[in-house]
Write a protein that binds this ligand. Structure first.
Ligand code: ATP
Ligand code: MG
Length: 407
């Protein structure tokens, strides 16, 4: 193979590239120059553990954006090996495959940002991985240079490895920040290549309107069914049905409603101990009441799980899941719909006022919210004999203005 003979030094830039940005490109170019490598291979990561069509589309988008971003640099190439591999992708497998493709004698330099260096030892077969290739740890804004150098030195001594340290021109850019900016309608010009910006706009990525195919929906139903008892799954299906009806009548987006309703209780059957652990792990903020009634955190945990396992990060959906149990001030219509559907789905046993709430939710969400909140309050204080979360009183006071029946 021609290629095999030419390439002696290959740098690998792995990442989700969701989307690729100038920070990635500057880093790759700096490594190319400093280490005098023949080629920098960008390797977009493959499927997350739960393979779905939604994530597969994202894979293609991420791949194509990476191609667009790197096309003008003759030293940059993009690889599909992780995208095309079935199941979860591990760096060790990628490195071994690259050795097969490029030949055993090629020197590999795996580029990682300061944030990832700390994690290398936790990667699959890290000891072997550290022997198979060199690592280049690059500085990244927000990370302490001394800390990074210390960590690199520590690993090198302990594992007799070759992790190099490289300072790259600081660009305080991250893909998550770019996604956030897009959601907030802020500009991303000069943070990503123009071609990438054009592509994002053309395909309405990140501030996307969600279109689900029947296959994708079936995938989601299967996933949710696998996480819940049959009884709770039946309730969930009831909430989906009810929420979609309210959404249609109130002019709310179908895809967002479907996902929020389907995933609203995804974390409900997680044990209290595990719930607390997840809150800690994902830095989920809880108030005192939620900490003592940890089951109430299932909305917040559910939102994180949806984002983690399905890559869905649209705030409107996540918030509808987050706030479906307690509600919050300034609820959006979607948040109200999920809250109300949860309280009124067909399978939920009947209570005083249920039919009225159902009726109101079809055309006046605020009036329905008032009735639903009062009903919740009565249930918590009279039947459960508990003190209600303070937010419920605040919300009742706010929604009372919509209750024309009492004026
Ligand atoms: P996210 O915010 O979604 O985590 P990201 O911007 O960190 O995205 P990744 O695709 O996770 O991008 O990053 C791939 C690699 O590029 C990682 O090793 C990461 O540390 C590095 N990297 C990302 N942004 C920068 C930057 N601005 N400067 C230096 N390295 C970076
Ligand atoms: Mg990252």
């Amino acid at each position: 193979m021609n290629k095999k003979n030419r390439i002696r030094k290959l740098a690998i830039m792995g990442g989700t590239f969701d989307p690729i940005h100038m920070g990635h490109l500057v880093t790759a170019e700096e490594v190319r120059h400093e280490f005098n490598v023949d080629e920098v291979l960008f390797v977009p990561t493959g499927h997350p553990p739960h393979k779905s069509h939604i994530n597969m589309t994202t894979c293609e988008h991420r791949y194509l954006m990476t191609v667009l971003a790197t096309a003008a640099n003759p030293y940059f190439k993009v690889s599909r090996i992780e995208i095309e591999r079935e199941g979860v992708t591990y760096t060790i497998d990628t490195i071994k495959e690259l050795k097969r493709i490029y030949g055993e004698d090629v020197s590999l330099y795996f580029i990682t940002g300061a944030d990832a260096v700390h994690k290398i030892l936790g990667w699959k077969e890290s000891a072997e991985l550290l022997q198979l290739c060199d690592f280049v740890a690059v500085t990244r804004p927000g990370y302490n240079k001394e800390d990074l150098m210390r960590k690199v030195k520590e690993i090198n001594e302990k594992y007799e490895t070759n992790i190099h340290f490289l300072e790259v021109p600081a660009l305080a850019i991250s893909s998550s920040d770019i996604r956030k900016r897009l959601m907030e309608m802020k500009p991303i010009k000069y943070l990503v290549p123009q071609e990438v910006e054009n592509y994002i706009k053309k395909h309405a990525l990140y501030d996307y309107k969600i279109h689900l195919t029947e296959d994708e929906k079936a995938c989601m139903y299967d996933y949710v069914a696998s996480k819940l008892s049959p009884k709770r799954y039946a309730h969930t299906r009831g909430v989906v049905e009810m929420a979609l009806e309210y959404a249609k009548l109130n002019g709310i987006d179908y895809g967002e409603t479907f996902i929020a309703a389907l995933f609203h209780d995804i974390a409900k059957e997680i044990t209290p101990k595990e719930s607390l652990a997840l809150c800690e792990k994902y830095e989920i903020e809880l108030d005192d009441y939620e900490r003592t009634h940890i089951h109430l955190a299932h909305g917040k945990i559910g939102a994180v799980i949806l984002q983690r396992d399905w890559g869905i990060s649209k705030p409107s959906i996540l918030n509808a899941i987050k706030y479906h149990t307690l509600g919050r001030l300034n609820m959006t219509d979607l948040e109200k719909v999920i809250y109300l559907a949860d309280m009124t789905e067909e399978g939920r046993s009947s209570y005083k006022g249920k039919e009225e709430i159902k009726h109101l939710a079809q055309y006046n969400l605020d009036r329905a919210m008032y009735k639903a909140l009062v009903s919740s309050y009565n249930y918590i204080t009279n039947i459960l004999k508990q003190e209600a979360h303070p937010i419920i009183n605040e919300l009742i006071a706010y929604y009372k203005q919509f209750d024309i029946s009492e004026h």
